[in-house]
Design a protein around this ligand. Structure first.
Ligand code: HEC
Ligand code: HEC
Length: 159
């Protein structure tokens, strides 16, 4: 729905709209670890280990000092514990197992799962990045990505 556009009025109308999605697998990701949650959930949601293969997590844990342009290093014992946790729950299903990326948001699985999300939504300032899972998955913090928790941020900005 289009509103009246004005050069001076800047109006951000933000509401929620639940998106009907076909019921698929139970996307409540199991497994947690206190150190993983604290360290890997401090700058962004602690991404479910199931969404990347072991090799990606190993590579990531070896380069935490240069983590996507930031320093996310932890002490050796913490790194060992988090690494073991990630590997234990790493994605082994076909489609995830062969991935080489360190970005969940760049896996073929992710792109397929999100193909119905339109370009305007990805550009929405409330979303910013596809890595910002919690912008749409309201229960992502708890590892819950089930469809009932999905709310696509809506906004209309006129300027
Ligand atoms: C100091 C902040 C910080 C900490 C701590 C941190 N990260 Fe990140 N992480 C980032 C940033 C910044 C990005 C890039 C986000 C973007 O592109 O929007 C990122 C991206 C990621 C991505 C890719 C997201 C995607 O799908 O595009 C993964 C996976 C990830 N981090 C895992 C981890 C793990 C595992 C840990 C704990 C060992 C961790 N992060 C700790 C800052 C951090
Ligand atoms: C811009 C909003 C948005 C962002 C950001 C987003 N998602 Fe989604 N996600 C959706 C929508 C919408 C669906 C449902 C797609 C469909 O079925 O058409 C979905 C589906 C899913 C599903 C399957 C849910 C189910 O039960 O069907 C998972 C798992 C998931 N996303 C994980 C993630 C992860 C992990 C991230 C961050 C790396 C992420 N999503 C980022 C909107 C988003």
């Amino acid at each position: 729905m289009k509103t009246k556009w004005s050069k001076t009025l800047s109006l951000a109308l933000i509401c929620s709209l639940s998106v009907p999605v076909a019921a698929i697998a139970d996307n409540l990701f199991a497994g947690t670890n206190a150190k993983w949650k604290a360290e890997c959930g401090s700058c962004h949601v602690a991404y479910p280990a199931q969404l990347l293969p072991t090799s990606s997590w190993q590579r990531m844990m070896k380069g935490l000092d240069k983590h996507f342009g930031t320093d996310a290093s932890v002490d050796t014992s913490t790194a060992a514990e988090i690494g073991a946790f990630l590997e234990k729950h790493a994605g082994s299903k076909r489609g995830i197992a062969g991935e080489t990326t360190m970005r969940v948001s760049e896996t073929a699985w992710f792109e397929r799962e999100h193909r119905k999300v339109d370009a305007a939504t990805w550009k929405n300032i409330k979303v910013k990045s596809a890595a910002n899972c919690a912008a749409c998955h309201t229960a992502a913090e708890a590892g819950d990505y089930r469809e009932r928790g999905i709310r696509i941020p809506q906004q209309e900005i006129t300027r």
